[in-house]
Design a protein around this ligand. Structure first.
Ligand code: CA
Ligand code: CA
Ligand code: CA
Length: 189
């Protein structure tokens, strides 16, 4: 079993990704995100950059569908999402453990593809703030969250820092750990 703290984080993550709040993850959620990113960056519909962001966002969704083995139905419900993490965060064998690390690396890769707009290999405060605004995360919490993820305090989030925080987000049962803050504060009960 996964802990109640883990369960609450995984549920929080589901609701963050469900941007149109219809309780199901579908292609539409990822299309909305891509289109908002393009608007924020000023990419015109049909331009190379616009198409690139749309493609990357779709690819994330397809990859998630593949991980959860829901390619046929093209949608994921909350209980299916939770079941996926229950299996893979509770490794019975070595390969399950590797799968979650691969999953973490992929999500971090995608976050950088979508939000590292100046392509300097880091997520700045502004880039992180944009991510909060696109996923409807309380914007007043983005500064505090950023500081918790910026482990070496150099005012930018590196890939290594994000991988470490996201690994904590999925695997830690400590409600106080900094990695819990990656998608804003989770109100643990
Ligand atoms: Ca949805
Ligand atoms: Ca950047
Ligand atoms: Ca840093």
């Amino acid at each position: 079993m996964i802990s109640s703290v883990q369960l609450q984080k995984i549920t929080h993550f589901f609701h963050i990704l469900d941007v149109n709040k219809n309780q199901v993850l579908q292609l539409d959620d990822f299309r909305i995100v891509a289109s908002k990113i393009c608007d924020a960056a000023g990419f015109q519909r049909g331009s190379v950059n616009y198409e690139k962001i749309i493609r990357q966002s779709y690819r994330i969704f397809i990859q998630i569908l593949t991980d959860v083995e829901k390619e046929d139905e093209m949608e994921i419900k909350e209980d299916e999402w939770i079941r996926f993490f229950e299996i893979h965060l509770n490794p019975q064998k070595e390969t399950d453990d590797t799968l979650i690390q691969g999953y973490v690396n992929r999500i971090v890769h995608y976050i950088f593809n979508l939000y590292d707009h100046n392509l300097d290999g880091y997520i700045s405060r502004e880039e992180y703030k944009l991510m909060f605004s696109i996923y409807h995360i309380d914007p007043t919490t983005s500064e505090e969250s950023f500081s918790k993820l910026d482990l070496n305090n150099d005012n930018k989030i590196s890939k290594t820092e994000l991988i470490s925080s996201l690994t904590e987000f999925f695997t830690s049962s400590d409600p106080q750990t900094t990695g819990n803050w990656i998608f804003g504060p989770v109100k643990f009960t």
